[in-house]
Design a protein around this ligand. Sequence first.
Ligand SMILES: Cc1cc2nc3c(=O)[nH]c(=O)nc-3n(C[C@H](O)[C@H](O)[C@H](O)COP(=O)(O)OP(=O)(O)OC[C@H]3O[C@@H](n4cnc5c(N)ncnc54)[C@H](O)[C@@H]3O)c2cc1C
Length: 420
Amino acid sequence: MTQALNHFPPSAADAHRRLQAFVPKAGRTYAGRRNFDFGPGAHDCVSTLSPYLRLRLLDEVSVTRAVLAQHSAAQADKFLSEVFWRTYWKGWMEQRPGVWLQYLNDLNRLKDDVQTQSGLRARWEQACLGKTGITAFDAWAKELVETGYMHNHARMWFASIWLFTLELPWQLGADFFLRHLLDGDAAVNTLSWRWVAGIQTKGKTYLARPDNIAKFTNGRFKDLRGLATYAPALDAPEPPAPVDLPKCGPKPLGARYGLLIHGDDVDTGPLLAEAPAPQAAAYADATAGHSPWQMAPHVGAFRMAAAQDRLATLPNSPSTTPALESAQAIAQWAARHDLDQVIAPYAPVGPMADMLRSYQTLPDAPPLYLIRRPLDTAAWPLARKGFFPFRKNIPDLIARFVHDDAQAQSWDQLALDFEA
Ligand SMILES: Cc1cc2nc3c(=O)[nH]c(=O)nc-3n(C[C@H](O)[C@H](O)[C@H](O)COP(=O)(O)OP(=O)(O)OC[C@H]3O[C@@H](n4cnc5c(N)ncnc54)[C@H](O)[C@@H]3O)c2cc1C
């Protein structure tokens, strides 16, 4: 656990330091070398910002703005496209929450299979423990478990070997990632695994090839043998038709309100801009709901420490606050502080959204208002089809939300984003 938090110190200051250190490389260096995985502690040509973006200690607007201060849009095109892949996956899933629910159902069924089928259990355990005998795969598994991070190219190779060489179900691989990644994300992780499996872009799979691995690991893993040479697309039901994002409407602030940051967004900035004088503040966590197995301790610890870092900046904030881990715990906290409103960042599809939804059904709990960022509100509905149609919107999104301060920072507008 310590190693993961040493690699990724959980604070906003560290997130911004890492961003500033990376920005000079966001142009030509990134475009030319982003596919190289030089190994643990040497991921110098990628940003390693994902754990911070995942928790929203940084957001797409601040990252894009910092990058465009030093590079032209053309120079930074590759990097910014990747940043907006995240936005795209979030928007795609937000409009098809059934895909996440189906994944969770599959996982619960697979948990039974793992418990009752000794052959499957043995292969799954070997893969998770990095004991398959495939050197590269085993090294990536160990890096993930120890550091909470894996390079993008390694994630693609790893998922491909998991699926097509080890012939394990993709959902078990996605779960292994989600239990250990500091950036583990219900939308990005599930959809990326579906992409490797040929489900997301129907029929188009990703095959890990030994020569490609040798080249892009700088010769660290040469002469890999026994990898699948064929990657047949997996069958899966068609995704449901997209649904609209939840409707939002203006709500006045009550007299006594509390701020609730959570494991999908620990940023207090947008909340404070709307609601500057909270009676109380707290952190809610639904990390355990990401898997039917136990999550790696560093995942919850990273989120908790980052939340404490943000809560500590608030006036009158208690120095240590235990995480609220259920809808009832949130209601009890609200009652303890005699709140008549709770204000929280919007939670996208995943266990935190479920917890907030269940809070809203509690009979005596004060109303919950959610703040969604202007870029998310504008960009997510554009993720209707594939990434390439979505990508055409990036210049316009940048013009509106990165270059135009009024649109990006006018949190007044966000008052209109309180959930009805
Ligand atoms: C099987 C698989 C599972 C994945 N699971 C996750 C996950 O749970 N959470 C997650 O954030 N990313 C996931 N990714 C995407 C990607 O691998 C990581 O975002 C990236 O490796 C993070 O490292 P970085 O910050 O150094 O990325 P950089 O290359 O520096 O990119 C900058 C930022 O852009 C975004 N980004 C980059 N590549 C992608 C991508 N392919 N898809 C979406 N966003 C991207 C991330 O927010 C990242 O921090 C997954 C990819 C695969 C193939």
